[in-house]
Design a protein around this ligand. Structure first.
Ligand SMILES: Nc1ncnc2c1ncn2[C@@H]1O[C@H](COP(=O)(O)OP(=O)(O)OP(=O)(O)O)[C@@H](O)[C@H]1O
Ligand SMILES: [Mg+2]
Length: 254
């Protein structure tokens, strides 16, 4: 059974068809990179996978939990709330802009969902939170508020918060695009470490060499479709489609 199983995902905003039938499967331990030009639908895809947007058509399952599937009318029909709530515990999402609560301390940002959603006792949550912050290289920052940290540190807090819930899969939407190169390196390093620990991850990124080194699978998306998919090293080193070649060639000039 796949950790994430998405079939024929369709999504439009008004008359604009943004996802034109995307399928992807993620298995335990996979690191899947999604690359492609701006406006190609990558964020919309992640937002549909994480139920921040609803699919118009297609099927989405997390392990044995079917979140949505096409009904008789051909439109995606979502499972009852209880199923959706359980599916939501199976993934975490890290955005480009960190999305921390500005008035919470670092530690509270990490453990608040554990206490409020998972009902973990405070002491156990704090122990877990401190451990994750240590892993992210943030020991000593527990009682600061986000604005006292660098962007790279804030992003590592966001990663710790996502990991706190012990998700089956972690999604990243351009986790470093708001950061300068130095801070980007720190964040990529922790994602690399998670990959070495076989954390299952789906990463939308513009960092091509990172995608090649860290991901095992890769999808190139353009215009709401998957143009090319394969092993990350194969697609980046030797793209088979003209559109992939052009995209990668433009990249190497920057
Ligand atoms: N809420 C929305 N309402 C209307 N149109 C939207 C909405 N969200 C996204 N779109 C449109 O969907 C298309 C795909 O956007 P999306 O953000 O998914 O692309 P992307 O691949 O993530 O791009 P980028 O690399 O710039 O982040 C764009 O044309 C965008 O304008
Ligand atoms: Mg995007």
């Amino acid at each position: 059974m796949h950790v994430v199983d998405l079939q024929d995902a369709k999504k439009s905003f008004g008359k604009t068809e943004v996802l034109k039938g995307i399928s992807l499967e993620v298995d335990k331990g996979d690191v899947l990179a999604i690359i492609g030009p701006s406006g190609g639908g990558k964020s919309t895809l992640l937002r549909c996978l994480t139920m921040l947007e609803t699919l118009d058509g297609g099927r989405l399952a997390y392990g044995d939990l079917v979140v949505a599937e096409n009904g008789p009318d051909g439109h995606a029909t979502y499972a009852p709330k209880k199923v959706l709530a359980e599916a939501k515990t199976r993934y975490g999402l890290v955005f480009q802009n960190f999305n921390l609560f500005p008035h919470y301390t670092v530690l509270k940002n990490v453990i608040d969902p554990l206490i409020c959603v998972q009902k973990m006792p405070r002491e156990a949550a704090e122990t877990r939170g401190r451990g994750l912050l240590e892993k992210m290289g943030l020991t000593g920052k527990e009682h600061m508020v986000p604005c006292e940290l660098s962007g790279g540190q804030q992003q590592r807090v966001a990663i710790a918060r996502a990991l706190a819930m012990n998700p089956d899969v972690l999604y990243f939407d351009e986790p470093t695009s708001a950061l300068d190169p130095e801070l980007t390196r720190e964040v990529l390093r922790v994602i690399r470490e998670l990959a070495l620990e076989h954390m299952t991850m789906v990463i939308v990124t513009h960092e091509m060499s990172f995608a090649r080194d860290v991901a095992d699978k890769l999808i190139f998306m353009d215009g709401g479709t998957v143009v090319e998919r394969g092993r990350a090293t194969d697609v980046i080193n030797d793209p088979q489609h003209e559109r992939t070649r052009l995209f990668l060639a433009n990249y190497q000039q920057h």
